[in-house]
Design a protein around this ligand. Structure first.
Ligand code: IVH
Length: 701
């Protein structure tokens, strides 16, 4: 799969920058879509962005945090309506883009639940309706409120508007329904109604809606319910939130009950018992797509057994038991006008295709990534070629292939530079120490001598998840760096003193775009950041493989900068190294990268200078009221009530750290039958050992 392959080729630093960029871009699109009902890009393009960021997070889990778009669903309520906090969060769905992803999804379910190859895993398939989701809360058969999804936790109170839909009853028909039932589904507009609405809009001299989904969103979020009433909206029920009694023990059964309550349910929903059957339904629905009369953008698969759904639970914003299989996105062809080389924070040289602008999936594309030297050679891409580009499953459009490679006047093959275009240092492709394989990425060897690398590192240092200095953004850092005012991070903290001493000419307050007030503010926010949390500080250093999440892990584990630095500088010591590798979530790559970083004298100097300027605050323990929060747990032996994955996910969701091996830091060893050396070691170290049942008692289940 191309998107995953692209991500495979990113260094951590590039991935981190890309992740931050994608997060910003997605946040903007979320606002445009959810708050303003005015998306700027097509669904396919949006999915491509999401898929790319997910692929990055799959490879670099350290980038996942609360601000990551993958942890958010939609955007916060706009403030136009009252707010409703969802009793059960309204989550989103992960995506599958091809048959293999679907097989992986089913495989993951099997593995997670510890099911054998021959166990039947029933999965439902149904159209993914392209509208906006809504949650309708009924108590004793009466609608008490209806809300949009909002950010997944809190939605907008659009009860009155929802009541104008024929498909949504104010009271449920007589029947044996739970006292509380939240019905969830999609509000949408049919093609015919959409066309008629746009006709009326045109006659009234108003702007046309771009597509039925925007029309549905815009219509549901009218301030005056009378306006909504004039818009022909429809509803399909496909899920539920808070229920005081289970609706059924299967997805199929539960949806059928929603149908009995009087809600429209989709007639194309089917139950399958194999990946092949799911794919057959997918193709069947895809074939019917154009004739359905309403927009769909894929097929949603859900584990049929609700007890399995319960056990599978959620990862971040999406359930493990469901996935959306999206329909493919678009391609277009255009001319490759030039190839530029960009130099990243770790010196990676990345070729970028400059294209004659072309619209793909509703977005104008002018640049595309060419990944690396091998990719250009393999596809034999040359300047002047007409190329196919695509935005499927990839945020940065990709060059897929050349279409006119056989034209007579074709230019020469592209010569990839062997010197850094920024600093002129040699740019080399390293051999992997272990595998001996040639790295796909050519890197500038200039280190901080290279203006591009220094600039990128400084930008990272001041970025939002690192020092986050207000008023010191990319632009300012770039300008300071170019002028030589900031040559290393510590220089940021001496700017004020140097400026006051007259060492900066002309003084900053006399420069365009600054002035007394803004420079005063900038100095104040720099002062503000002299005290910095350990995790932020570690992330700010921009060490390869030590992104935000890894930095947070180190901070939590070592607690203080001196302790961390002592460990990182002594990784030649076997116990120190083993202790670090024993931290769950810390792998060889991070430890190697730290070792390299701290062995380099220049880096230690950079750190000494920073130490002189900063107060690096000790890490605080995370507050969480679960009995195992902050504890380190190791699972071993054959677990009987849960699979290892389930056990791990559960423990982590309760705030525990799960480690792979027993050490002095282990709080609990949960040992099933057949526990061997780990149980022995735990006994030696006096670590509390629990049976699986005792573990469930401890966590209150
Ligand atoms: S199930 C916990 N089923 O897709 C999972 N969602 O990308 C709940 N959607 O927020 C969602 N058709 O707005 C589900 N048949 C369907 C759907 C569907 C459309 C939307 C829904 C959801 C989004 C996720």
């Amino acid at each position: 799969m191309s998107a995953l392959k692209d991500v495979d080729q990113l260094s951590e630093a590039e991935a981190s920058a890309e992740h931050a960029r994608l997060a910003r871009e997605l946040a903007g699109h979320d606002r445009a879509y959810y708050q303003n009902d005015a998306p700027k890009i097509s669904d396919a393009a949006y999915d491509a962005l999401r898929r790319k960021i997910e692929a990055i997070e799959a490879r670099f889990p350290q980038f996942v945090d609360l601000f990551s778009p993958t942890q958010r669903v939609g955007a916060a309520p706009s403030g136009k309506f009252g707010e409703i906090r969802h009793a059960v969060p309204m989550l989103s769905l992960g995506n599958a883009f091809n048959d293999e992803d679907v097989a992986d999804f089913v495989g993951r379910i099997r593995r997670f639940l510890g099911l054998g190859e021959d166990a039947v895993v029933a999965i439902t398939a149904e159209p993914k309706i392209d509208g906006l989701s809504a949650s309708l809360r009924y108590e004793k058969g009466r609608l008490v409120h209806g809300a949009t999804r909002g950010d997944g936790q809190t939605g907008e109170d659009v009860t009155q508007n929802l009541l104008t839909l024929d498909d949504i009853p104010q009271t449920l028909p007589a029947g044996d329904w739970p006292d509380v039932v939240e019905v969830r589904g999609e509000v949408y507009m049919s093609h015919a109604d959409f066309a008629a609405l746009n006709q009326r809009q045109a006659e009234a001299g108003k702007d046309a809606y771009k597509n039925p989904r925007n029309a549905a969103a815009g219509s549901l979020r009218q301030i005056d319910p009378k306006m909504t009433a004039q818009r022909p909206l429809r509803f399909f029920a496909y899920a539920w939130g808070d229920v005081s009694a289970p609706l059924s023990d299967t997805q199929m059964g539960a949806v059928a009950r929603l149908g009995e309550m009087g809600f429209p349910i989709n007639p194309l929903m089917a139950r399958c018992e194999s990946v092949e059957a799911l794919l057959a339904v997918y193709r069947d629905i895809e074939a019917q797509r154009a004739g359905l009369g309403y927009d769909i953008d894929g097929v949603v698969y859900k584990a049929d057994r609700l007890d399995w759904q319960e056990r599978l639970g959620f990862v971040a914003r999406a359930p493990r038991w469901a996935i959306a299989h999206k329909f493919p996105a678009e391609q277009a062809s255009t001319v490759l006008e030039a190839i530029d080389i960009q130099v990243g924070r770790t010196g990676a040289l990345t070729p970028v295709a400059r294209l004659t602008p072309v619209t793909v999936g509703g977005v104008v594309v002018t640049n595309a990534t060419l990944h690396n030297q091998d990719e250009i050679e393999r596809k034999d891409i040359r300047i002047g070629d007409t190329v196919v580009i695509q935005r499927a499953g990839d945020v940065i459009p990709q060059v897929v292939r050349v279409v006119d490679a056989d034209r007579p006047d074709r230019g020469a093959p592209f010569e990839f530079p062997t010197d850094c275009p920024v600093c002129g240092s040699q740019a080399l492709r390293e051999h992997d120490a272990k595998t001996g394989k040639l790295d796909a990425i050519r890197r500038c060897t200039g280190g901080l001598v290279c203006g591009a690398q220094l600039k990128e590192r400084l930008k990272h240092f001041v970025s939002r998840k690192a020092f986050d200095i207000e008023g010191l953004g990319t632009k300012q850092v770039e300008a300071f760096q170019e002028e030589g005012l900031v040559r290393e991070p510590a220089d940021i903290f001496t700017l004020k003193a140097r400026n006051a001493a007259g060492a900066i000419v002309p003084p900053l307050q006399e420069r365009d775009g600054f002035g007394e007030t803004s420079i005063g503010n900038l100095f104040a926010s720099i002062e503000d950041r002299r005290a910095i949390a350990l995790a932020r500080f570690l992330n700010a250093l921009g060490i390869r493989h030590v992104g935000e999440n890894t930095a947070a892990l180190f901070a939590r584990t070592y607690g203080s900068w001196p302790l961390f630095r002592a460990a990182a500088e002594n990784l030649a010591d076997e116990t120190v190294r083993a202790d670090m590798l024993g931290i769950d979530g810390i792998g060889n790559a991070a430890v190697e990268a730290l070792d390299q970083y701290f062995t380099e004298a220049h880096n230690r100097e950079v750190l000494d200078h920073l130490e002189a300027e900063l107060t690096i605050e000790d890490a605080e323990a995370v507050a969480n009221d679960s009995p195992v929060a902050g504890k380190t747990v190791v699972f071993t032996g054959a677990l009987e009530r849960m699979t290892r994955d389930e056990a791990k996910a559960k423990a982590q969701s309760l705030g525990a750290k799960v480690a792979g091996s027993v050490s002095g830091k282990t709080d609990y060893l949960v040992a099933g039958p057949g526990a061997g050396s780990k149980a022995k070691k735990a006994a030696e170290l006096g670590v509390t050992t629990l049976t699986e049942d005792e573990w469930f008692v401890l966590i209150g289940e």
